[in-house]
Write a protein that binds this ligand. Structure first.
Ligand SMILES: Nc1ncnc2c1ncn2[C@@H]1O[C@H](COP(=O)(O)OP(=O)(O)O)[C@@H](O)[C@H]1O
Ligand SMILES: [Mg+2]
Length: 254
């Protein structure tokens, strides 16, 4: 039987900000093409993990291995990762086309190639009719599509999402959820996805990582977490919250 090495191995990652321990020796791996969600209350260290993975922040100690290569100290631009934030982080003075082309242009791609690839990604994301608009003229969901197109255009092997849906309404979340899963299937991209929404995490993920105060409490498939929560905390934070959400949806549908 073929045993593929993990896409990403994170070993004993620790982050101390001055006197605050944000990550206490966190270890996990991510498989090629996997969708891994990170769930946990505000302040437990989720964003810190993503910032270290992509190279925006140095860990205090620990190792990151991608495809068998130690990238702990590699420059961000060589890591083959992209990130999508909650607040879109688009260039407000540039059009949709300008935003999507930007990364290719600074990588010294020819104008014609940059334009062609940007147009094709914009079409893929259903934004063709908005190509000359500025972000301020778009809905939140459309802006997040632009942010995803801008990340995807560099063909990242791994995309990191930091609560990308938090500012969006339910209908938009559900359609973008499907869009992100479709992209994952089409491009085989490995995805690590922070969310506050238990239901979203269960619907989208191959595995979930449940965190509490700088530590991982459990990392497993949605089925195994439901059947075998590792402790009381996972039971209450994940399963009870999920049940509460289902109950409120049922009420809403009646
Ligand atoms: N630049 C910083 N300086 C000091 N403390 C920080 C800094 N960034 C984050 N923290 C602290 O580290 C902890 C983890 O933060 P973060 O990773 O942003 O959590 P999460 O994304 O899960 O809400 C929090 O207690 C936060 O206040
Ligand atoms: Mg955060």
């Amino acid at each position: 039987m073929e045993t593929k090495q993990p896409k990403l191995i994170v070993k004993d990652l620790k982050k101390i900000y001055e006197d605050k321990c944000a990550l206490n020796s966190v270890s996990f791996d991510v498989k090629e093409g996997e969708f891994l969600s990170i769930l946990g209350p505000s302040g437990c260290g989720k964003t810190t993990i993503l910032r270290i993975l992509i190279g925006l922040l140095d860990a205090t100690s620990g190792t990151i291995i991608k495809d068998g290569v130690d990238i702990t100290n590699a420059p961000a631009s060589s890591r083959g990762m992209g990130i999508v934030f909650q607040n879109y982080a688009l260039f407000e003075n540039m059009t949709v086309l300008g935003n999507v082309e930007y990364a290719l242009k600074i990588r010294k791609e020819t104008k014609a190639v940059a334009r062609e690839r940007a147009l094709s990604m914009i079409e893929r994301m259903g934004l063709s009719e908005h190509i000359n608009k500025k972000p301020g003229e778009l809905s939140g969901g459309q802006q997040q599509r632009v942010a995803i197109a801008r990340t995807m255009i560099l063909n990242p092997e791994i995309i990191l999402f930091d609560e990308p849906m938090s500012a969006l309404d339910v209908a938009t979340r559900i359609s973008l959820r499907k869009e992100i899963k479709d992209i994952q299937k089409e491009f085989g991209t490995t995805m690590i996805y922070i969310t506050h929404d238990q239901e979203e995490a269960f619907a989208m993920s191959d595995r979930l990582m449940v965190m509490k105060e700088a530590n991982i409490e459990q990392i497993d498939t949605p089925e195994n977490i439901i059947d075998h929560p590792a402790n009381e905390y996972v039971q209450s934070f994940v399963i009870d919250n999920l049940q509460a959400k289902i109950n409120s949806l049922v009420k809403y549908l009646r």
